[in-house]
Write a protein that binds this ligand. Sequence first.
Ligand code: PRP
Length: 222
Amino acid sequence: MRLPAEAIDPFPNARVSGHPLVRHKVRLLADERTDVKLFRELVRELTALLLYEATSALPVRAVRFRTPLEETSGDEIAVRIGLVPIIRAGLGMVESALDLLPAAEVWHLGMYRDEATHRPVSYYNRLPATCPDDLVILLDPMLATGGSAADATSVLKAWGAPRVLFVGIIAAPEGMRRMQADHPDVPVHVALLDRELDADRFIRPGLGDAGDRLFGTGGPSG
Ligand code: PRP
């Protein structure tokens, strides 16, 4: 379900794509009939489309170079970029992001949401001592309570990341609210701002569990 524009107003840092390709693909992604192969492909495609929008104001610098015919000038990206997927589900977004930003460094954070408290638990962090990047792009398909993204952003800021962007796919209003409250300086790019969180803190109507649908672990024995 797509919320009307006024529902997005309280979240000035929300960047909800209105692109028809994004709207089409996120609908397919949410459909329960979408199998694991198509789900992965759609996550990759949506990541590319959202990252294209999220990087539209990236600084560039002019460089001189030669075409096969003559010397000329053009632009190159002028910032060092780090990609930080939140394991597990963020891993489904990394390769697509690297296709667009092949020079980016990839740093990993591992977090899972405790099933009883719904609070994020950090279990992996191999960030080096200091942040070498000018811009860090946090990748996680889901922003439910926002706890994982907000905690991860705090870790990145404490690490020294000068600028952080969040690129996800689906968000609940609660998650947007949490990011707005804790990190109003961090733009939150998603394909869809969904209706609500239910009592179990699942996004509704949602798309299920992105990690399970990416890695095929949502079955009866998963
Ligand atoms: C999901 C999702 C986010 C988090 C969002 O991960 O990928 O990381 O929950 O919830 P929040 O906004 O309420 O913190 P999950 O805990 O299911 O772990 P997984 O990626 O390993 O499946």
